[in-house]
Design a protein around this ligand. Structure first.
Ligand code: PHE
Length: 509
């Protein structure tokens, strides 16, 4: 019988897909503004250290959980212990929540790429407030992801990663070379980005770098478990983890090389102060950079097209990894085919992303309508997932592999010590400080209790509780499937098809 495999066809395909998941808007949008807000070079160093010392270990653990079970996250955790399956369910719910705002941001990148020649400067509020336009671009972005995931792991995700990641790298090389050749201001920009001044780094800066590293490596949301489950025997997980982390680190580093010299150049030639540029805020990518590009004339339009096309590509290769987590679970739990599963997931998440886009647009235009607990829906989802639930999932993955697996399967040596003690401890610190920041936000130097922030933490706890309950009631004692289900269904379909064809051929005789 033909070997049933429906995973990645090659090692490099697996690594590029995982790196594609890692490199996303976190690198292009989050990293530059967080680095600006936290002292530039010092932040970069802490970020890279977190990627290689902490993130890599957690990534290896997640890959391993997937690989050993060759199944969706629920079955994967169930295989560790029947009482642990709820963690897998949480690792399916978190990506579904992330998708609802990632679609919106992806839609923004599509809009900005398409508009490069018309001019993006000053467009932010206008676009954000135009509901129809936001929905249209969100849907376009979601349809691209749908098409890729429908084609399957090998023919969709792997093939697209092999094409898109190198394309992104080439674009980034072109943009950063251009940026480095701008002349005035470049030296200052480079010094800011590469000469660390650790006195500028605060405790919250370090925490922000750690959180950023986790988000950027797509940890704590099932993505690496799912991709790991599709990795073949030929893949050495430790080696692949190193490749993914290096690619993520290098690309992030290059984003800084593209952005900082250009910003300092703009400041030098336009005479505006750096503080006026809003470098340390979320508007860096969608407000400040378009202004910088516009100032460069025709060359700037091409740069803008390249930058936002790269952002749209990065967002696409990331969103397909979270779409695949939920799709894989639906296929295996409900024994439905891929097309049906991915269509339902897309439909539901796009529908949910509409109020998110609306709420973001309203709040960007100064209205507090459609806000919950003082946050627009994007901020709310981001806090619940990124700050609270993702560290929790990543922590549980480390504990599962470090402490729960049979001794024969445990990691030994340096990675064993990191996995059992250091990485979980650091994740707990990130999670606790993240929660503290939400419940007691710093206002004018002092921290004060925020009931809205407290409500956000309560929401996260409720989601965890619901996962535990839903798992116990609906999943614990039922078959939750494995990758073999889809492979079998595919083989069956092929058999039927060829039998049908043969009958068709025979009929004329
Ligand atoms: N790593 C992606 C980024 O940097 C975001 C992401 C998080 C993707 C979780 C998948 C899962 O933007």
């Amino acid at each position: 019988m033909e070997q049933k495999r429906n995973g990645f066809g090659t090692r490099i395909g697996f690594e590029l897909a995982a790196a594609g998941s890692a490199v996303g808007l976190g690198n292009l949008w989050g990293f530059p503004y967080k680095a600006s807000a936290n002292g530039g070079a010092a932040y970069l160093f802490v970020y890279l250290a977190c990627i290689f010392l902490v993130g890599a270990i957690a990534m290896l653990a997640e890959f391993y959980i997937g690989r050993r079970s060759k199944a969706n996250p629920v079955s994967a955790y169930k295989a560790i212990s029947p009482n642990w399956g709820w963690i897998g369910l949480l690792a399916v719910v978190v990506p579904a929540l992330i998708m609802c705002y990632y679609y919106v941001l992806g839609g923004y990148t599509v809009k900005y790429a398409l508009n490069s020649f018309v001019g993006n400067a000053g467009r932010f509020e206008r676009f954000a407030g135009n509901v129809g336009d936001v929905i249209l671009h969100t849907v376009v972005f979601a349809l691209v992801a749908l098409a890729i995931v429908t084609a399957g792991v090998r023919h969709g995700i792997e093939k697209s990663a092999k094409l898109l990641l190198p394309t992104m790298l080439v674009i980034l090389i072109v943009i950063s070379s251009f940026s480095l050749l701008l002349g005035a201001g470049v030296q200052e920009g480079l010094a800011y980005y590469l000469k660390p001044d650790f006195s500028k780094l605060t405790g919250s800066g370090i925490l922000s770098a750690m959180g950023q590293a986790f988000f950027s490596l797509s940890l704590g949301c099932g993505a690496m478990i799912t991709y790991g489950s599709y990795s073949g025997k030929q893949v050495n997980l430790a080696r692949s983890t190193a490749v993914v982390c290096i690619l993520d680190g290098v690309l992030t580093f290059m984003v800084g090389l593209a952005v900082f010299p250009a910003l300092f150049h703009y400041a030098a030639v336009s005479g505006s102060g750096l503080s006026e540029l809003g470098m340390g805020g979320t508007g860096l990518m969608f407000i400040t950079l378009p202004m910088v590009f516009e100032d460069m004339g025709a060359g700037g339009q091409i740069l803008s097209l390249l930058y936002f096309t790269m952002a749209a590509i990065a967002a696409t290769t990331s969103v397909i990894s979270i779409l695949e987590v939920v799709t894989q679970f639906i296929i295996q739990r409900h024994k439905v085919d891929r097309t049906r599963a991915v269509s339902v997931v897309t439909l539901v998440c796009v529908a949910l992303s509409i109020p998110v886009g609306l709420s973001l647009g309203l709040s960007l235009n100064g209205s507090s309508e459609l806000q919950i607990f003082g946050k627009n829906l994007l901020e709310l989802l981001d806090s619940v997932t990124n700050t609270l639930l993702m560290p929790l999932c990543a922590l549980l993955a480390c504990i599962a592999v470090g402490w729960k697996l049979p001794k024969s399967e445990r990691f030994t040596g340096f990675s064993g010590v990191m996995l059992r003690f250091i990485t979980p401890a650091l994740i707990v610190v990130i999670g606790l400080f993240g929660a503290l920041d939400i419940v007691f936000p710093a206002a004018e130097g002092a921290r004060a209790f925020s009931s809205d922030g407290f409500a956000v933490v309560v929401i996260a706890c409720i989601i965890v509780l619901l996962c535990v309950l839903a798992y116990r009631i609906f999943l614990r004692d039922r078959d939750t499937g494995s990758n073999a289900d889809e492979a079998e269904a595919n083989a069956l379909r092929k058999e039927k098809l060829s039998a049908g064809l043969q009958r068709g051929w025979q009929r004329p005789e």
